[in-house]
Design a protein around this ligand. Sequence first.
Ligand SMILES: *Cc1c(COP(=O)(O)O)cnc(C)c1O
Length: 233
Amino acid sequence: MATIPTGLQARILAVRTRIAAACAAAGRPADAVQLLAVSKAFPADTVRAAAAAGLRDFGENYVQEAQGKIDATRDLALAWHFIGPIQSNKTRPIAEQFDWVHTVDREKVARRLSEQRPAGRAPLNACIEVNISGEASKNGVAPVEVEVLARLMAGLPRLRLRGLMTIPEPTGDMALRRRRFAQLRELLAMLAGKGIALDTLSMGMSADLEAAVAEGATIVRVGTAIFGERTKT
Ligand SMILES: *Cc1c(COP(=O)(O)O)cnc(C)c1O
């Protein structure tokens, strides 16, 4: 068993407490929100320690960086989530190594991930990344394009479309932040109304998880509040 640094243990407990309080405030059950630990920029030993402290789901932005950690922690049966931008010529390792992908934003990537998912593994859990703030520089599909991509992905045999993901524009305005999360929730409801029933809203990070939980997040992606500041990203 890896030793768990007391600082890490305390930070995980603090994040769990924040999630539980946000769930209680929203009248949601405490287990309605899954904690995804974003381990980018931290080594496999840190993942091991976090796993010893009870975390099972880890998020990574870079395939190459993730690969070493996935290999080094095979014995722990962790769940790995890809949360970074996807180049269409780099889909294979994502399809082969990960349990989830949160950042599908175009048909070509979706088709390749499905084609490349190994037969021996369960279908790859997938979310569509939505550019909810309409920033020109941002990855993700526009809200008006979500339904078309969702229909396509729902028909791909080796993907399991689970829901929507977003990273809103940077702002200190928590009311605006919360409105963005509400918009993602409304998009999920729109899909349900059109017969595409999904169960996942991947939204909220270290600084804004309370706003996300208030608006229905089912997965919060938390890095800094668990592992501390990153020296590189
Ligand atoms: C880095 C990252 C996070 C975690 O951000 P923190 O502010 O460190 O909690 C969450 N989601 C995505 C997509 C990221 O790239």
